[in-house]
Design a protein around this ligand. Sequence first.
Ligand code: FE2
Ligand code: FE2
Length: 411
Amino acid sequence: MRDDEQEDRVTRRGFLGAAPSGLAAAGLLSTTAIGGQESAAKPNDPVTNNQSLDAENPDAIHPPATDAGGLPPFKYPYSLGEKFVLDGGWVREVTVREMAIAKTISSAQIRLSAGAIRELHWHSVSEWSFMLYGNTRITCIDSDGKSFVTDLKQGELWYFPAGMPHSLQGLGPDGSEFMLAFDDGNFSERETALLSEWMIHTPRDVIAKNFGLSDQVLQKMPTKPLVIFPSEVPGPLKDDQQAAAGVRGRSPVDYAFRTFEQPPTKSNKGGEVRIVDSKNFPVATRIAAAIVTVHPGGMRELHWHPNADEWQFFISGKGRQTVFATAGRARTMDFETGDVGYVPLGAPHYVENTGSADLRFLELFRSNLYQDVSLNEWLANTPPAVVAANLGIDKASLEKLPKVKPVFMPE
Ligand SMILES: [Fe+2]
Ligand SMILES: [Fe+2]
């Protein structure tokens, strides 16, 4: 965060703003504000902790006075994720082991150099993936054994149903990097069923019998798991598609989604969102997504999700969100590039852009459909007298609220 941004945020929260001048000048007192009114002065912290982390988490240092109650953290930075470095790439992951609250979705960030292959494998969970950088060639077969091969670029995504085998390969000029998400918080990318490992643990004479080959031609099979390994950049896509189609032909199922070939689901002054779920990406029956951009000064409005927990990955920019978790508990946390966020089903929240550039992030849900409930829309579709009595806002002012969910404010 730039110094002037930090200063602005501190001032905006009222930190030191209205403290008795002598004490404030001595750095002994701070104040916080609720609804524009200063609360009682509170002591600041004369001991310096980790300055870099403090600067990235202004709401941890000076929480809004509305925070209360002891809510566990709902943020984990990928920067802290354990990295497995391999020849040709690397893997980092954030699962329920790193982030206790994230029970429905785990994730892995993978880098492949040009030509490197994430080996042929499958797993017991469904895989949803967003391209963060570069170009990847993906291969899969469908339940009829028909092949699917395509190339994806930054911003596009894929989905492989549980149990279906696939591979990934970095393309030119510089390979790729992507964010994988799985529909089980407990799943680890280390637990995939690898073709190499399966073969290592199958008697060699059985493999020979299975393929109808001699032992002689199996001598160069891997003797240790590959996971990711370097290889040559493949040739033209159509050649691979034709070769993989074999005698069965190509699959009619589309496992890829060309995100930016579709118009945004919603766009206004505050931001834009693209919803990708089984309505427009039929194969994605276990993970629904919203690809979100909040413009500077904008905010993803107050809302909650009635059908699933929300898993988030922050692609770029800076933002903050407050999660309200009933029983008087609420916590505000700050997010930036590489952070994972998590909001339980039914817990209200907003996401506010606190930086000077677009805030871009993914919202994922273990569901076939994206659903949210907008506070604005709920109130607009409830008898005004009831709303006025609940909120203490006069009916004339309530008339000015958005009638249809704005998704972002300002509209
Ligand atoms: Fe996979
Ligand atoms: Fe949300």
